[in-house]
Design a protein around this ligand. Sequence first.
Ligand code: SF4
Length: 209
Amino acid sequence: MQYIFINPVVDKMYNKEELNDVLQKNGYERVDVTVDWHGIVKEKYKSALDEATLPLLDRRCPLAIEEAKKQIKDKTAEVPAIEPILIHCAMELATRETLKGKKKIITTPCESLASHGNQLQLQDTVFVSWKEFLKTLDANLVVKENALEESPIPLGYFDSLEAKTASLSGKETIEEYFSNERYKDKDLVEMLYCNGGCNNGDGVLIDET
Ligand code: SF4
């Protein structure tokens, strides 16, 4: 038996009982986190804002950070040392005593988060996009998915913080925003590379046509 963490996007795409049943028949037991990482990560940004002397960039999305960095000249923005929420979840599971020595699969909504996670080399933990994971399941046991119109973590994550924020999604929007240096009068820039958020990640759906 291997253990699997289902990310929030995938979780919303399926009937929970049906998905759990298929996973079990394929030899996987689902595990979840016990800590509110969504809230804790936001608190970490709040603390980082208190210390920051330059505009802070949202580091939850690896591709968005890459895109923003291409456009930023000199040291005019800061990338905080705060891992994405999914990575915090994986770290909790990697260090859980009852799962010690047992393989953990962390599903991601995109290849970039899977790659970033695997670079961290967490104990007995492998990150894989949902799309790639599905290819490893018994073809007769696949459950019907429903594409999501909205992300479970939409833009607006930082709205409750007292800060001058901007919220961007989509490669072109991020490119335009940073190349025109519009971040310079902001405290914090929220960024998601996929249009609308992680429900449109490249690791979510098998059929993207
Ligand atoms: S799915 Fe898209 S928006 Fe979400 S972290 Fe991955 S690249 Fe960023």
